[in-house]
Design a protein around this ligand. Structure first.
Ligand code: ZN
Length: 178
């Protein structure tokens, strides 16, 4: 079973920031691991500083979880491949690609991809860190959250804050039984 979760596409149209949010079909998925465990981010092709810093900041932020750590490295279990692409025609800035084990509810492989076409335009480091945080959140098994304060979490469907919220950590702990 394969699904694409695209999010937080944004494009400047007549100076207006328009969030493009794709419909997310989210199925129950989690890493087959007992907490505490490690998720390894494998940097395949991320080079732009905004995204490299985003990876570092988001990995550190998620590692505040009680059930898992996110480390950047080449070796380890529960690998998430991280890619950078340049797609000016694509409004999405980041997306997660999760391959599951059919019928099991477990994540088999995961990849996060970041579109560098908008770097250097109107977005801040916090914005890119939020994008990375968001896609890693999906790769950990989390769905979107709705909140009246979008800046409080990176897991809202549209442009959101740079960090996970306390509720995101509660959701993560609930998912893994920590
Ligand atoms: Zn999303």
């Amino acid at each position: 079973m394969r699904r694409l979760v695209g999010i937080t596409g944004a494009v400047a149209l007549a100076a207006a920031l328009v969030a493009s949010v794709s419909a997310a079909t989210y199925l129950p998925n989690k890493w087959r691991a007992n907490p505490p465990f490690t998720v390894t981010m494998v940097n395949v092709s991320v080079t732009r500083p905004e995204l490299v810093i985003g990876l570092q900041q988001a990995a550190a932020a998620w590692s505040a979880s009680s059930v898992l750590d996110v480390v950047i490295g080449g070796k380890g279990n529960n690998k998430v491949q991280a890619y950078e692409v340049n797609l000016p025609s694509q409004q999405l800035i980041g997306w997660a690609d999760i391959q599951g084990v059919a019928g099991k509810g477990y994540i088999k492989t995961a990849a996060v991809t970041f579109n560098d076409a908008y770097i250097g335009t109107i977005f801040t480091q916090d914005y890119y860190t939020g994008i990375v945080c968001h896609e890693i959140g999906h790769a950990l098994g989390l769905d979107h959250v709705e909140t009246p304060d979008p800046e409080s979490t990176c897991m809202t469907p549209g442009p959101s804050g740079p960090n996970p919220s306390a509720q995101d950590f509660i959701n993560l702990a609930a998912l893994y039984g920590g």
